[in-house]
Design a protein around this ligand. Structure first.
Ligand code: PHE
Length: 461
């Protein structure tokens, strides 16, 4: 079966929107603020930014370059670029681990969290948070968890929307969606930032986010920051390989990667500046964990002027950010099925999206009927990183702490040591020396060493 001709992004802006849309997601607005809160604020942010520059940017450049050089699905692009450099076809397994284990694994629970967001848009808009206090916000959350049917419904709704967009193809689906949604995202974010400035305690937020406190930097903060950098830049799960494969030859990859990384980091910081003023205004605690935006923020919205409108807008912002990311999680697997199995695009979407939906049910049940089910208890594993080892915790941990770092390590080793220098220089369209040498040193030495330290440390009991 000959592979269908790949579509290309129709413009430079379309690619940048799509890639920034993928990078900016729940990772920026849900995960970044609570992880920053848990890890002491500014110290974490400094080290996070260092990782984005020295590890995130080089790996992002590598993925976009391999994707564009291969011009096929992530799996086949890895294989093709390896063979071109006289290497083994087995590098395709790195693409497979990323696209299936990483992409679909992550999509499975990403969609459950995004479904939670959709449900909260309605709760916020119907005034359910008006006047709530700490205890009441938790009751609302627990009631949401307890309703298995509703959680399945919202998860299904979100996956269906993802399938619908991806099924329409690169130009009519992904590109069109991001072209409409990204401006909406920026606009809402700015409105919420303005709201934070007007109504919240901006001084406390700025102090918390930007006054460096080096005493808080330690190895575990560093590890969390590195994982967050991969997660937030959409690396190692096939996404940027796929998006690179639709990229025209005349676009500069190092520059595009710089724009994507800067926009992603900038938006995470702006999200922090929109959220923390509200948290501090009401004396709430920033170190709330994953519930920060679901239980802490509703208390703030519940007491502020215009809380119903701004609270609803906030959850709409999250939903928009989530959908422009989830489509990029489904795309790598879909591209593979279309190319290798000769599936039509819709069939491939139902197949891959259906698999993510079914796996996602394990995460849904982890919040209600299976809160006590610890699938790894036969190995004596009942707690992971302080959380009960439910299916949700295990899948999240496997993707974020195993597949992502190992995938990143593989990509760095592959591009730094196996792909010829000439091939990469050609793809990046850079002369020897200068920026090219800097990038090559980063992928060849800095990334592998840093990642090995993280993986060994992170998997140690
Ligand atoms: N970067 C997205 C976020 O921050 C998540 C994501 C990871 C999307 C990997 C695609 C691939 O929410």
């Amino acid at each position: 079966m000959s592979a269908p001709v790949q579509e290309n992004w129709s413009s430079r802006a379309a690619f940048i929107f799509a890639a920034v849309g993928s990078a900016v997601g729940l990772g920026n607005i849900w995960r970044f603020p609570y992880i920053t809160g848990e890890n002491g604020g500014s110290a974490f942010i400094l080290i996070y930014i260092a990782f984005v520059i020295f590890i995130g940017w080089p790996v992002l450049v590598a993925e976009l370059a391999i994707g564009r050089r291969g011009k096929m699905s992530p799996i086949r692009s890895m294989e093709k670029v390896s063979v071109e450099s006289g290497g083994s076809k087995n590098w395709k397994w790195v693409g497979a681990l990323g696209s299936f284990g990483g992409g679909l694994g992550l999509l499975s629970f990403y969609s459950v969290i995004a479904g939670w967001v959709l449900a909260y848009i309605i709760k916020a808009a119907t005034g359910m948070f008006t006047g709530v206090t700490g205890g009441a916000a938790e009751v609302i959350r627990d009631e949401h968890f307890a309703d298995t049917g509703m959680m399945v419904f919202w998860h299904l709704a979100f996956i269906s929307l993802t399938i619908y967009i991806v099924g329409r193809g690169i130009n009519a689906g992904l590109e069109k969606a991001v072209t409409y949604l990204m401006p909406v995202l920026f606009l809402i974010l700015l409105v919420l930032l303005g709201y934070g400035i007007a109504e919240g305690d901006m001084n406390a937020a700025v102090t918390f986010l930007f006054t460096p406190d080096f005493s808080k930097i330690n190895m575990s903060v560093a590890l969390t920051a590195l994982g967050q950098a991969f997660f937030s830049l959409s690396l190692t799960v096939g996404t940027m390989l796929a998006y690179g494969s639709y990229l025209q030859k005349d676009m500069s990859i190092p520059k595009s990667a710089g724009i994507i990384a800067a926009a992603d980091t900038g938006i995470a910081l702006i999200a922090g500046l929109a959220i923390f003023p509200l948290v501090f205004q009401y004396g709430l605690t920033p170190a709330e964990g994953p519930s920060l935006i679901f239980t802490t923020l509703p208390i703030a919205f519940g007491q502020m002027t215009g809380g119903v409108i701004f609270g609803s807008l906030f959850f709409v912002l999250l939903a928009v950010a989530a959908i422009t990311s989830s489509i990029s999680l489904l795309e790598p697997a879909v591209a593979y099925f279309v190319e290798k199995q000769g599936f039509g695009r819709w069939k491939a979407c139902f197949f891959a999206g259906g698999a993510a939906f079914l796996i996602g049910l394990l995460s849904v049940f982890s919040f209600n009927i299976w809160t006590d089910v610890m699938p790894l208890s036969f190995l004596g594993i009942e707690v992971i990183n302080g959380n009960p080892a439910t299916f949700y915790t295990i899948i999240d941990f496997t993707v974020s702490n195993i597949i992502m770092p190992v995938g990143g390590l593989m990509i760095a080793i592959f591009t730094g040591w196996f792909v010829t220098r000439a091939a990469m220089r050609d793809e990046l369209d850079l002369p020897e020396g200068g920026l090219f040498s800097l990038w090559h040193i980063l992928v060849r030495y800095v990334c592998p060493v840093a990642l090995i330290i993280v993986i060994v440390w992170g998997l140690m009991p």
